[in-house]
Design a protein around this ligand. Structure first.
Ligand SMILES: Nc1ncnc2c1ncn2[C@@H]1O[C@H](COP(=O)(O)OP(=O)(O)O)[C@@H](O)[C@H]1O
Ligand SMILES: [Mg+2]
Length: 453
């Protein structure tokens, strides 16, 4: 009996240690756990059960004539045809696999079955995407990629900056050329500034003028001062800065107009309706205007003069939002709420901010301010974001669809250090020079990674 007990303890002890270790690794190092244990197990399970799972999920098709004939010869019943598998590509959160659809199938069959596939393969999620004709791509996620955000290695292109991770494991890209203006809403501490920080980090190395308006005395944007072409920290300065930007926009329109006049004489030249068609040496740098807490620009203490200033500010913002795209001027507005209660012009400005990102909100009405045009399901998804997941948001894309995203955590010191590193990328724009923030390098925090040991 005691020998048996010793044997059980001898085998059971190490086995329990392995299982416990695997559980701990899954919890503490999900990416490593997925690569070492999760991926091989899931791939093996998928291959072993492929036919049965496809069959039970209704994703098989009637067998081909050849298969039916050969079954008849062998006196067996014909086997239903499964979608042919393409190459499987693993990644840090799961894998992708392409499937060749059978005649009569379409991507919506796979989308409808995605939850059943998720359960059958024991994974976190299965996302379906239609790719080239006849093929669908399954993005199988082995773990909750938004729990511990690791951005896939993707290249930043000019004015296309990957800043967050989507729930399907793909990067969420802020593409200024296709979505010129964006509204980022969320309750306080929901992750708006982190999103903006990620954007600044991503765009800092590019030849783009960054302009900030932060009426909370500059606490959010001042750390990026070395990379900013202009910064306004109170409504008076903001009004002057916006007037300069509107003048700059008008000058750019004149430049485009002039080039159109010239190109009518020159047969080879293309007629352009925005700055991107101008010759490179004449093309002005794009301007990204970061507005932290947009409501601060709308609120007044009630005085007549203040009310007039507010209206001038709002008018300038609306003009920039309406006409800025062609002049290469883009708006990135953050706020806790952005509804009609802010007064004249608020809803008109909001309608121009077509990109929508909604972090955790305190009530449904706030979510509706960002996502009502997208749909009720997007609004509900935003109201369901948990406070213990800051940085998580619902992002609406240009196609009217939406997805969950989460920004990776960026250390403020690292980002402000990047702003020092890329200070030489601040374009030469004399009109903005009076608004250039004073930069005291001594006050710039040194990131943890370059601190002396
Ligand atoms: N993506 C994220 N991952 C982890 N923590 C985050 C993330 N985004 C924000 N946080 C945490 O939440 C806090 C509030 O974020 P912040 O961006 O300042 O919110 P907001 O600007 O909406 O008030 C930050 O101090 C940070 O520690
Ligand atoms: Mg903030």
């Amino acid at each position: 009996m005691s020998e048996l007990l010793t044997a059980v303890v001898g085998v059971g002890g190490p086995a329990a240690a392995v299982v416990g270790g695997a559980r701990l690794a899954r919890h503490r190092f999900p990416a490593v756990h997925w690569s070492v244990i999760g991926l091989p197990t899931t791939v093996a399970r998928m291959h072993l059960t492929y036919r049965d799972v496809m069959d039970s999920c209704g994703l098989t098709a009637t067998p081909s004539r050849r298969a039916r004939a050969s079954a008849r010869l062998r006196n067996t019943s014909p086997v239903p045809a499964t979608p042919r598998r393409g190459r499987l590509r693993p990644n840090t959160g799961g894998f992708t696999i392409r499937l060749r659809m059978r005649p009569g199938q379409d991507p919506s069959d796979f989308t409808a079955a995605s939850d059943r596939l998720r359960h059958a393969w024991g994974v976190q999620a299965v996302h379906v995407r239609s790719v080239e004709s006849g093929w669908v791509e399954l993005r199988v996620l082995g773990r909750d990629v938004l729990k511990d955000v690791r951005m896939p290695r993707v290249r930043s292109d000019f004015l296309r900056v990957p800043i967050a991770l989507r729930i399907d494991g793909l990067p969420h890209v802020r593409d200024f050329r296709s979505v010129p203006h964006e509204l980022v809403l969320g309750a306080t501490q929901s992750g708006k500034s982190m999103y903006q920080r990620a954007l600044v980090r991503g765009i800092a190395p590019q030849p783009v003028a960054l302009v900030g308006i932060d009426c909370k005395w500059g606490v959010e944007l001042a750390p990026f001062a070395p990379r900013l072409s202009a910064l306004a920290t109170d409504p008076d300065l903001a009004e002057n800065l916006l007037n300069v930007l509107v003048d700059e926009m008008e000058d750019r329109y004149l430049l485009i107009r002039r080039s159109q006049g010239l190109s009518l004489d020159d047969e080879d030249a293309e007629i352009t309706s925005d700055i991107w068609g101008l010759p490179k040496d004449e093309r002005p740098p794009p301007i990204v205007l970061l507005l932290d807490e947009i409501a601060e620009l709308f609120l007044t203490a009630g005085g007549k003069e203040e009310e007039k200033r507010r209206q001038r500010i709002v008018n300038a913002l609306i003009r920039l939002a309406q006409l800025g795209r062609a002049a290469g001027i883009y708006l990135e507005a953050c706020g806790q709420r952005f509804g009609a209660e802010l007064g004249n012009g608020a809803t008109m400005l909001r309608a121009q901010l077509t990109g929508r990102v909604c972090h955790r909100v305190n009530d449904e009405a706030s979510a509706r301010m960002a996502l009502a045009d997208i749909g009720d399901d997007a609004v509900m998804a935003a109201t369901a974001i948990h406070a213990d997941r800051p940085g998580t948001a619902v992002a609406a894309d240009t196609s009217g669809g939406w997805t969950h995203i989460r920004t990776p955590e960026h250390d403020l010191a690292d980002v402000s250090w990047a702003c020092v590193e890329y200070a030489h990328m601040v374009p030469d724009m004399p009109s903005l020079a009076p608004f250039a923030p004073s930069v005291t390098l001594a006050a710039t925090p040194v990131p943890a990674t370059v601190k002396a040991p």
